[in-house]
Structures are given as C-alpha cells and as structure tokens.
Ligand binder design. Structure first.
Ligand SMILES: [Zn+2]
Length: 379
C-alpha cells in the first residue's frame, strides 16, 4: 500500500504535511478514507503551546504506542475502505463519524470502574485519535477501532459527520447538567461549543436561551441559531422591571424568567472570571452552574454564593457512545437542527492548506469563523 499524506505535530509551532506509511488494519479495526475533519481549539492550543495532550518527546503514550510526530485532528468523518477480519457490522462504502476517545474496551486493558459504570469518557486509560494515538483526522486515511465509528444515515452528509464530535460535547454537557425541557438556560460565549450548546438546548425543548457574547459576528450567529436574547456583557442600560443587578446579563436572565429568579442552568463556555461570576449570579436558587471551558489559570469562587441559595457548580468532559448516537439521530430526524448545524461550517480547506488557511485563519480571524473543516481525501 502506498504512503499517504497527513498533517503531523512535530513540536510547538511545527505542524506540517508528511508522507506517512499506512498502518495495518487489525481484526477489530476499519480503515477509512477521511472525508472532513474540523479544527478544534485543542488543535490550535497544541500548535501554539503544545505538546499538551500529544505525547512529549521523551514519553510515548503507552496505551497506543504513539510518539512524536503524531497526526492531529479528532473531529472527523469518512468512508470505510477496509474492514478487519473480526468485523461484521461494517462494510466498505459505509459513511461514518469517528468518536475519537478510546477507553479500556478499545485499548485492550481491563475495564476500570468508570468504564464499568458506563462513563467511558472518564476512563483512567483514555487516549484520543488525533492527539495521542497512531491515527488522526487531518489525513487522507485513518485506521480506527470498529467501536469508535458510527454509521451516518443517508440524510446526514459527511460534512455534518465531522460536526458530530463538537455537537456530542454539547449534547453531553446539556444532559450531564440535568437540564430539562421547558427550563431556561444561559450560555456564556458563542464560539463553536457555545453555539453547539444553544442548538442542543433548543433541540431538547428549552423555554428560553439567553446568550452572552462580546463579538458582534458571533452575537449575530447566536441570533440566527435561535437564541431568545443575545446580550453584550459590556453593554450598559438601566435596570428595568424586576432586577436590580448592574450586570446586563444577570439582569436579562432575571427579567426573562418567572419570578425574576434567573435561569435553571448557566453554561460557562468562556472560562473567564467575569463569565464565572455572571454564571453564578444569573442562576436561580437551587440551579446549576455548569463549566464547559478549559481554563489556563485558576479562578476564584466564594462558596457562600453557592451555599446560601443551594446553587451547584459542576463540569463535564467529552462524550460517550450514547451521546454520539443521540446526536446522529437528532441530525437525521430534526431538519432544523441539521440545517443550523451545517451553518456552523464557515469554510472548507484542502489538507495542504490546513496550516495556512485553517490553523492560522482561526488564530488570526477567530470572529470570521465558527468551524473550519479540512478535507481529508480528494476522492
Ligand atoms: Zn476505563
């Protein structure tokens, strides 16, 4: 089998297209021709500040054998071209979304108690395709475990297939938060994850979703994606009915909810001290502040702000197979969700332009993009 092209992380600031030798396809694996792979903030973090999740030069990843350079890209879709001998559920030609996180079941280690309890996203031996495994999505092909692929229905395109990963993050967070249909939510930050949260909240039947966002283009996207109100947290206006808060987001959260109590759940997808403070203040008594952001430094919380009104502060990470199946089913059955999700794709670039147009495009002009997809194979 001839070599293929893949975008590999060599060291901080050095991500480049290489010729790579194909891996054998194991009995519990499939080979896919990669169709599309989304660029994630995690990829940009590795590029500018890594290695973080990718293995450091002196410590290869024991679970997968991955060591630098590694193929990046973990939000991908593709078409099956080869199936391992132990495989009965898939055949060449199947269009699939790849769930990049592996746990004990995929890594061949005995199931830990997290895996036994159905929380494979918390497995103690996790590894991710596109970060610390041998295959990744910014590539013409990938070899992945059969249990990491999910068939796409005919109505779900391979472009949408690459969005199943970020939408599954949002799906996982909304369900982990305990949010129920008919309740009110606040989303702080309208980047890709914040917009994904907004879409999922609307799909499951939120009553009101308020979005807090500073950037104008992202605010417009939140409106187009169905936010009931989008507030610029730096704006100033006089408090009106029912709220005495000087924070415009808190004020809106109180004024838009019954009894001016605030929202049932606030999702912090920004991770700043200001957004955390706002999230706590805008949440009703007994409600939940759910952290979705990855933080580069510590923030302050006064536990009294939680204690006196029994507010809960919690967080979530990644997704499980159930989240993937639920998102794919929602994309198939809910045309409005699929239509809006497709609008998250603001650009598609070929593999050879990934660094210049996708990585640097996002780093330099964040506001112009939601999700940039890199096209894996030309076929
Ligand atoms: Zn485990």
């Amino acid at each position: 089998m001839s070599s293929f092209q893949a975008l590999r992380f060599h060291e901080r600031g050095d991500v480049r297209l290489d010729k790579v030798t194909p891996l054998p396809c194991g009995s519990d694996e499939v080979r896919i021709r990669t169709a599309f792979c989304g660029v994630c903030g995690t990829d940009l973090k590795e590029y500018t500040a890594g290695p973080i999740m990718v293995p450091s030069p002196d410590t290869p990843r024991a679970q997968t054998g991955a060591s630098l350079p590694v193929i990046l890209g973990h939000e991908f879709s593709g078409t099956v071209t080869e199936v391992g001998s132990g495989n009965s559920n898939f055949k060449p030609g199947d269009r699939v979304a790849v769930k990049p996180n592996m746990a004990d079941a995929q890594l061949g280690t005995p199931a830990c108690s997290m895996c036994e309890g159905g929380k494979s996203n918390l497995c103690t031996s996790t590894a991710y395709y596109g970060l610390d495994a041998l295959s990744g999505g910014f590539s013409e092909q990938a070899v992945v475990k059969t249990s990491n692929i999910f068939k796409l229905p005919d109505s779900v395109s391979l472009e949408l297939g690459a969005l199943v990963e970020p939408l599954s993050v949002a799906w996982h967070m909304v369900h982990s938060s305990g949010f129920q249909p008919g309740q009110d939510a606040l989303v702080l930050g309208a980047g890709p994850i914040g917009l994904g949260l907004l879409l999922v909240l609307k799909v499951i039947g939120a009553r009101r979703v308020i979005v807090s966002e500073v950037l104008e283009k992202r605010s417009a996207q939140a409106v187009a994606f169905g936010a009931d109100t989008v507030i610029n947290p730096t704006s100033t206006s006089d408090p009106t009915k029912g709220s005495s808060s000087s924070n415009p987001v808190v004020r809106e959260a109180q004024e838009m909810t019954p009894g001016n109590l605030g929202v049932h759940v606030s999702f912090d997808a920004s991770g700043l001290q200001a957004t955390l403070d706002t999230a706590i203040a805008a949440t009703r008594p007994g409600g939940t502040i759910f952290n979705v952001a990855i933080h580069s430094k510590s923030l302050l919380i006064n536990p009294n702000d939680l204690l006196f009104l029994e507010k809960k502060f919690t967080a979530g990470i990644a997704y499980t197979a159930e989240d993937y199946s639920a998102v794919i089913s929602a994309l198939e059955k809910n045309a409005d969700f699929a239509e809006k999700a497709k609008k998250m794709i603001t650009s598609v670039v070929p593999l050879e332009d990934a660094v210049e147009k996708a990585f640097k495009g996002l780093l330099e002009k964040k506001e112009d993009h939601i999700k940039i997809l890199v096209r894996g194979s030309r076929d």
